[in-house]
Structure formats: structure tokens, C-alpha cells
Design a protein around this ligand. Structure first.
Ligand SMILES: Cc1cc2nc3c(=O)[nH]c(=O)nc-3n(C[C@H](O)[C@H](O)[C@H](O)COP(=O)(O)OP(=O)(O)OC[C@H]3O[C@@H](n4cnc5c(N)ncnc54)[C@H](O)[C@@H]3O)c2cc1C
Length: 286
């Protein structure tokens, strides 16, 4: 299928992007990597009058440390998350998740900012952002602001960004001593969207879990923090008893949708299996 007709404009500053959007009175969309937007246009799921290409804006790129936090520019490609040494060191969970996103051709063009802005509940990066305690820096006509990841993802393909706002960068908090991470997903085929996925970040001191954050994806309309499962592990060790308690507590955290192809009970079961697998792997490194 062919997309509906649209105008195309390429801008090289955030200010120009915002004024281009403003001039179109919301009948425009930003184009980053295009790997979600272009298929959606081709399927005629949306028909904006104008695409504003933000991929050449310098302030949307760059990966560097700022006040101890890792700043990852929105235009960072998925593939860069796999190869960048600063991401490997300061955002290990993101580096671990990136190979699970689609296939190389998509990872070479798709951007981290595009994935987070789209807020697909089956996507890896939103859950990773929540588990890392990242903050999203967005900029609009009223200036810039930072939004914690958990508040950024509001619902199905819905974020806390106001119309026209641009996600400029993701800020990842400093790595803590004893920090460990785990990531895995269950998909029908490698590269497919996950049926269930989970991202875990914890701090283990002498084997004792002092802090832990667990975020699941593909189990609801937004990345789902597993607060009860985390509570079951905090203050104890990741051992057989801790893993069993966390898996049991997971049913309090999850209320996935029922659908004819994949009943909610099956999704909860897979989430438990997956969390158990991740925690068993973490047991050795804690
Ligand atoms: C075959 C296929 C398989 C895929 N599999 C997966 C997968 O397994 N997991 C996964 O997570 N993703 C998957 N994707 C999606 C891919 O990761 C996309 O690249 C990503 O979701 C969107 O990033 P993008 O840069 O391509 O954004 P675009 O497609 O350009 O934009 C997506 C949306 O975000 C908005 N947007 C983009 N950047 C910004 C910004 N900085 N500020 C504000 N709004 C912005 C756009 O206006 C648009 O509404 C797949 C895509 C394809 C085609």
C-alpha cells in the first residue's frame, strides 16, 4: 500500500522543528528513523499533512556524561546502543536489550528516541528506561523539562509529552557499586516483538539485594513495574526461596489483557518463567 500524500521538511535545529510543527497546527509528525512511522503511513493508519525530519538536529545526538548521568541523545540508533562503550559501562541494561530489538537493518536506522516516543507496550526500551530509573528530557515551546521514565509512559502508545514536544535525550543515573542487570524476553522468533519481556536492575552488596527494579513489557498498556516481586527480593539473597517468592508475587503486579490467541493466564505464566530465568542467571553475579 502507498502512503497518503504529505509535505516533507528537514530541519537542523529544535527551534525550527517546533516552529514548523506550530505552523502546521498539529497536522505534522516528527520523522526520526522512520521504522515505525513509515510503515504506519503505508498502512494508512495516519495521514499527517507534513513530516518534519528531525534526524539532522545536532542537539538530538551525542552520548556523554553530564553531572555523573549518562546523556543519550534521542537520535542514537539502536545499533549504537550495542557498540557504544559509554552505554556498555553506564547503561548496561540498554546495551543488553538492544540486540533483542528487531533485526540489523532496523537497528541501523531506528532511534532510541523514536522507540521511547512511540511508547509501544511491546518494545524493549521503554521497560529498560523504567528499570534503569532514567529520565526523559523533552523540549517544547515552553522550554525543556525532565520526566522520570515511569511517569513518561502513560498508556498505549501514549507518553506524557505534550503535542509538538520533542524528546531531546535520555538521562541514565550514575551506576551504583554492586549494580547488576538482567534482561530477557520470550518471542516466537528471534527479532520478533516479545510475547513477554523483563528488565531487571539491582544493587547487591555481599549477595544481599539492597535495591531492585523490575519492569515487564508486553504485559499491559505500558511498561509494568513489578513492585511486589521486587519487594519480595529486597533485603534478601537471590536464592531459590527468593526466586520462588518473587515469581509468586508477580501475579499481584500483573493484570494482562485477555485475547483469544493468548489468554491472560498464559501471559502471567510466561512472565513467571521469564523472571525465574533472569533471577537464576543473576544469582551467580549477585
Ligand atoms: C519489521 C520491524 C520490526 C520491529 N521490531 C521491533 C522490536 O522487536 N522491538 C522494538 O522495540 N521495536 C521494533 N521495531 C520498531 C523500531 O524499533 C522503530 O525504529 C522504533 O520503534 C521507532 O524509532 P524510529 O526512530 O524509527 O521512529 P519513527 O518511526 O521515525 O517515529 C516513531 C514515532 O515517534 C515520534 N518521534 C520519533 N522521534 C521523536 C522524538 N525525538 N521526539 C518526539 N517524537 C518523536 C514520531 O513522530 C513517530 O510518531 C520494529 C520495526 C520494524 C519495521
Amino acid at each position: 500500500m502507498k502512503s497518503p500524500a504529505f509535505d516533507y521538511v528537514r530541519v537542523d535545529s529544535v527551534a525550527d522543528a517546533l516552529s514548523a510543527y506550530n505552523a502546521m497546527k498539529e497536522d505534522a509528525v516528527y520523522l526520526a528513523g522512520g521504522h515505525s512511522l513509515v510503515p504506519s503511513l503505508a498502512l494508512r493508519l495516519q495521514a499527517p499533512a507534513q513530516l518534519i525530519d528531525i534526524s539532522g538536529i545536532t542537539e538530538l545526538s551525542g552520548i556523554y556524561l553530564e553531572n555523573g548521568w549518562l546523556r543519550i541523545g534521542a537520535m542514537t540508533r539502536h545499533a549504537q546502543a550495542i557498540s557504544d562503550p559509554l552505554i556498555a559501562k553506564h547503561a548496561a541494561l540498554l546495551a543488553a536489550a538492544a540486540p533483542y530489538v528487531a533485526h540489523p537493518a532496523i537497528r541501523n536506522r531506528g532511534t532510541i528516541g523514536g522507540s521511547l516516543s512511540l511508547a509501544d507496550p511491546a518494545s524493549e526500551f521503554p521497560a529498560v528506561a523504567v528499570a534503569m530509573g532514567a529520565e526523559m528530557e523533552v523540549i517544547g515551546a515552553k522550554g525543556a523539562r525532565r520526566i522520570p521514565a515511569d511517569a513518561f509512559f502513560v498508556g498505549l502508545y501514549e507518553t506524557a509529552m505534550a503535542p509538538g514536544e520533542i524528546l531531546r535525550a535520555v538521562f541514565v543515573p550514575p551506576v551504583r557499586p554492586g549494580q547488576i542487570i538482567g534482561f530477557d524476553e520470550i518471542a516466537r522468533r528471534r527479532g520478533d516483538y516479545a510475547m513477554v519481556g523483563a528488565a531487571v536492575q539491582a544493587v547487591a552488596i555481599d549477595g544481599v539485594i539492597e535495591a531492585i527494579s523490575i519492569a515487564l513489557f508486553s504485559v499491559g498498556e505500558r511498561p509494568t513495574p513489578a513492585l511486589q516481586a521486587a519487594k519480595a527480593l529486597r533485603g534478601g539473597k537471590i536464592d531459590t526461596a527468593g526466586i520462588t517468592a518473587a515469581k509468586e508475587a508477580l501475579s499481584e503486579d500483573l493484570d494482562p489483557p485477555d485475547d483469544p490467541q493468548f489468554p491472560a493466564s498464559a501471559r502471567v505464566h510466561l512472565a513467571r518463567v521469564l523472571l525465574g530465568r533472569i533471577l537464576a542467571n543473576l544469582e551467580a553475579s549477585a
